[in-house]
Design a protein around this ligand. Structure first.
Ligand code: ARG
Length: 218
């Protein structure tokens, strides 16, 4: 078998466009996931049992079912109830955001719980409210602690976003499939797709390493 470099060169622009779409879905999903996660983590600390229970159910259900099934549910099952087709991009970002939110909320919870309880007590005894102590004392420290796991989540989501190829959304993996359907060059194209994912994930871990050093707790 000869390795066809020309074929890779010909299809590289198409794959790179796909890679850009992959980065877009990932950034949007982890971005929305960040806010969902923050809300859910705060709900988890609530003094109201119902709120805590709802937050726990969300995390358990989303973490306990495969992302692939969640994508199918949103893209194929939801329109059967609403009667409206969903754009694959919206379905992809929605599924990935809801999924990421569950993981990020656990990251936040761990980060908040890693800060000594005495700091909340100190803040409160200085006359700050719960919210102020959270915002000005706990969160800035928790945030530093969660940079590495958040980076992990970003890398995981970047790779797991390949699952949205099943609804025909043209990100990197789907682009690879489509090119192979025309050229039959499995080896060259899947190899290139893998290398592109690797370059993206290594870049992210470098970036996270930089942020970690910059904001490390000394
Ligand atoms: N592969 C796992 C699943 O199917 C996790 C997917 C999402 N990953 C993430 N880091 N949010 O459920």
């Amino acid at each position: 078998m000869s390795f066809n470099w020309g074929l890779i060169a010909d299809n590289l622009p198409l794959l790179l466009q796909g890679a850009l779409v992959t980065v877009e879905i990932t950034a949007m999903s982890v971005g929305c996931g960040f806010f969902i996660g923050l809300l859910v983590a705060i709900a988890n600390l609530s003094k109201f049992t119902v709120v805590r229970l709802l937050a726990k159910c969300y995390v358990d259900i989303i973490r306990g079912t495969p992302l692939l099934v969640q994508i199918f549910l949103i893209y194929f099952a939801l329109p059967m109830i609403t009667g409206q087709r969903i754009d694959p991009f919206i379905a992809a970002v929605t599924a990935c955001s809801i999924n990421s939110g569950a993981y990020v909320s656990e990251i936040f919870r761990a980060g908040i719980q890693s800060i000594d309880k005495g700091q909340m007590e100190a803040g409160r005894s200085l006359g700050l409210t719960w919210g102020q102590t959270m915002r000005y004392i706990i969160m800035p420290q928790a945030f530093k602690a969660i940079i590495p796991p958040l980076g992990n989540e970003f890398i995981a989501m970047l790779k797991d976003s390949s699952l949205v190829s099943v609804i025909g959304f043209e990100e990197l993996t789907r682009r690879g499939q489509l090119i192979i359907a025309k050229t039959y060059a499995s080896f060259e194209i899947w190899g290139t797709v893998a290398v592109i994912y690797l370059i993206m994930t290594v870049t992210i871990s470098q970036l996270v390493g930089y942020l970690e050093r910059k904001y490390s707790i000394k």
